[in-house]
Design a protein around this ligand. Structure first.
Ligand SMILES: [Zn+2]
Length: 746
């Protein structure tokens, strides 16, 4: 027998024939079992799952129940060794045995060996064998392709490899998503409960389930009363925070000890836990105390950032990683192998000047602000990506053990058309080329109808970054859409072309990024391709998948046109443009209701009804027989500030302005605020807002009242055609159904 088989230094997966004229191995013959699955004695739950999955798919394919036995028990027919049986251990090449997650399959003589370098590797081996030798596919969490075969056989062959990325994680943690992740060879993020059957895949502890962690590890409600000095000095006051900030006073004596003590306790409690995030809270609120500022000065000269959203803000990278290192050295005394994830994000996205991350500190670099998701990171024609690529390359040099944070779902919110499979595929290859081996996707995975082969391609490339992206996409499309594969491939191509044609970059904000992003002639072509696909889909399951894609695309196409028209309306406020925007918005929502999109459309309806341009009002509701809008879009009792604003055009700013406002009598509205200075700026950005009281207060009854405001010229921003008003604040509930403006009689 000739062995056309080797393990490459650069990990490659392949299924190679290793026999010439040798007899094939038969697992199932005419729907009857012709093999036995053999697992080691006292096999782990992960290996048991691997054996059960193999038996399950053999049964789905053929109807045959292939028995599972322990090593040493009677075997009839071909022996299929799953996991480290004695035979498997003898066959497994030494370099594969040492690599966690490595896979090894070999079919020859009268046995098939399916065994990885670890139990998890065995599970991955079973899935890759089912896929590459037997033709199964896991196309999305809720779509699989399993061929029907009465007889299942393979030629003598071998399959082996080591994944190109050592950490491969999707953020979605629903049960189906986690199962799909395992089938696709992901090794995190799972749940603590999954640990035994995922071969201890990566997961976050329950106590610190997300990335923003300061507030979880040192919570204000537990520590603020006793240690206010651990919390940041912001505008002269020590303030406790939540996940949205503020941060911690990282130089405060005793803080690093307590922080590390709590982190050590999480690892003590759960020996399977391998990592935890010790990242700052979201947003800002950095401590302004003397010691923290002195630390910045010492580490990076107190410099500002150079790039992205946080441009020209004080650079926080050194402060964040200095503190992380302080915690890390304390944690390493007891848990030297555990990983501490630290975001590199916004004003700490750039690598620190001085505070080089310790080996157990894993920078979690976010591809966000600057980011352009319509083009690959390595595309120099994209200005945001060129900036980001500069940051990325510096990181790759100083800390190649970083975890890359990919905004796969965020690459377009609101379920709008998101043709990014090829650019994200190019990114995975680019990262691998830079020596990066850890990848995380912020993803829901349930959005494949608009994302297409995106997740599938990423998962495949994380195993083999040298694989051909086009071949993976073609394989996915063929298995997903069968007879409709050609028009569906052209459909996805047209959507991609629609974005490529305009050459516009986009990030994560539809109202800002969508205007001008899509070439609508290509979108029309995409719609036509969906009709072709519908006609070509003869199979019921394929027809249902085409319909899912078509529904979300029709919604997204209308929503994109709605946002586009609304932006043109801002430039040229004509009734026709407002109508166009609303018409598309209403059609979009009739197909599918996305809460953020619904809010956008609702604001348009309100603008149309009231003749003002507004921001921040909630979705429309019915009250006292009228449609109205609430200033607190998140509702009462959540403690979140509800604030809404609107702008009106004023022809003559020298005359008093009379405004009538239809307000629900039980609303909590005492006055309206007018933006008299620093136009368009909030309080915190230096805007000046003056209060104006109505001529008579609200009735307090369940009825519609009309409040009259007369605004004197001294409060009106002089010479400015647009005046801005605001109302609400704290958790107050105010319902408005109409606003009318006129210059008051002298
Ligand atoms: Zn401080």
């Amino acid at each position: 027998m000739k062995y056309g088989f080797h393990v490459a230094a650069v990990p490659i997966l392949f299924l190679a024939s290793i026999g010439e004229c040798a007899p094939a191995l038969v697992f199932v013959q005419d729907g009857k079992p012709a093999s036995t699955i053999v697992v080691p004695r006292q096999a782990s739950p992960t290996v048991r799952l691997a054996a059960e999955e193999l038996a399950k798919y053999l049964k789905t394919m053929s109807g045959a129940t292939v028995p599972i036995v322990e090593e040493g028990q009677t075997v009839s027919g071909v022996a299929v060794h799953v996991g480290a049986t004695e035979a498997a251990r003898a066959a497994l090449p030494g370099d594969l045995a040492k690599a966690t997650d490595s896979i090894f399959a070999k079919a020859d003589g009268d046995r098939l060996i399916l065994c990885g370098g670890s139990d998890r590797g065995t599970l991955f081996t079973v899935y890759r064998f089912l896929e590459q030798a037997l033709g199964c596919r896991w196309l999305a969490p809720d779509v699989e392709f399993v061929p029907e075969r009465r007889t299942i056989r393979v030629e003598p062959s071998a399959l082996s490899g080591v994944p190109g990325f050592s950490m491969r994680t999707f953020g979605a943690r629903g049960e189906r998503q986690r199962e799909w992740g395992l089938k696709m060879g992901m090794n995190g993020f799972f749940n603590a409960e999954d640990s035994d059957h995922t071969g201890n895949g990566y997961y976050m502890p329950k106590a610190v389930p997300g990335c923003h962690a300061y507030h979880r590890i040192v919570p204000g409600d537990r520590y603020f009363a006793k240690h206010p000095e651990w919390f940041p000095l912001v505008r002269g006051k020590r303030v406790p925070g939540d996940h949205l900030g503020p941060q911690l006073c990282v130089t405060a004596p005793g803080l690093a000890d307590e922080f590390a003590k709590n982190v050590i306790a999480y690892f003590d409690e759960d020996p399977n836990l391998q990592l935890i995030s010790i990242s700052p809270n979201d947003c800002r609120g950095w401590c302004e105390c003397e010691d923290c500022l002195e630390l910045d000065k010492r580490l990076c000269g107190g410099r500002t950032t150079k790039q992205g959203l946080a441009r020209d803000r004080a650079f926080m990278g050194d402060r964040v990683f200095w503190f992380a290192n302080e915690v890390a050295k304390r944690v390493a005394v007891k848990h030297p192998d555990k990983l501490l994830l630290v975001l590199a994000y916004l004003e700490y996205a750039e690598p620190p000047d001085t505070a080089k991350p310790a080996p157990n500190v894993v920078p979690w670099l976010c591809h966000f602000a600057p980011a352009d998701y319509s083009r690959p990171i390595g595309d120099p024609t994209s200005e945001p990506n060129a900036q980001f690529n500069g940051i990325l390359k510096r990181w790759a040099k100083s800390a190649p053990h970083l975890l890359f944070y990919s905004y796969v779902s965020k690459s377009m919110w609101w379920r709008l058309p998101r043709p990014v499979a090829r650019s994200f595929a190019a990114d995975v290859k680019h990262l691998h080329g830079l020596g990066i081996r850890r990848y995380y996707c912020q993803s829901s995975l349930s959005d494949w109808p608009e994302a297409g082969p995106l997740y599938y391609v990423i998962a495949k490339l994380l195993w083999d970054p040298s694989a051909d992206t086009e071949a993976i996409i073609a394989d996915w499309t063929q298995h997903m859409f069968g007879a409709a594969a050609k028009p569906m491939s052209e459909f996805y191509g047209a959507v991609e072309q629609a974005v490529r044609d305009t050459g516009q970059s986009y990030s994560d904000n539809p109202p800002r990024d969508v205007p001008g992003l899509y070439d609508f002639a290509q979108m029309d072509r995409a719609l036509a391709k969906l009709d072709e696909a519908k006609a070509a889909a003869t199979d019921e399951a394929v027809a249902a998948r085409v319909k899912r894609v078509a529904d979300v695309f029709r919604y997204g196409d209308h929503m994109a046109r709605c946002i586009d028209a609304a932006a043109r309306f801002k430039e040229t406020p004509t009734k026709a443009l407002m109508r166009e925007a609303m018409d598309h918005g209403e059609k979009a929502l009739a197909i599918m209701r996305h809460p953020k999109a619904a809010k956008f459309v609702s604001a348009l309806q309100m603008n149309d009804q009231m003749g003002v341009l507004s921001r921040g009002f909630g979705d429309t509701i019915e009250l006292g027989g009228r449609r109205c809008w609430n200033t607190d879009e998140t509702g009462r009792g959540d403690g979140k500030n509800g604030w809404a604003s609107f702008t009106i055009e004023v022809a003559d700013t020298t005359k008093p302005l009379r405004m009538e406002m239809d307000v629900w009598g039980k609303s909590e509205l005492q006055s309206l605020l007018i933006n008299t200075g620093g136009l368009g700026r909030s309080f915190s950005e230096g805007g000046v807002w003056e209060s104006v009281k109505p001529q008579a207060p609200l009735s307090g009854k369940e009825q519609w009242d009309t409040l009259v405001f007369v605004i004197p010229p001294k409060l009106i921003a002089q010479g400015k055609p647009i005046q801005r008003f605001g109302l609400g604040g704290s958790d107050s509930q105010i319902w408005i159904s109409g606003i009318r403006v006129q210059s008051a009689a002298p």
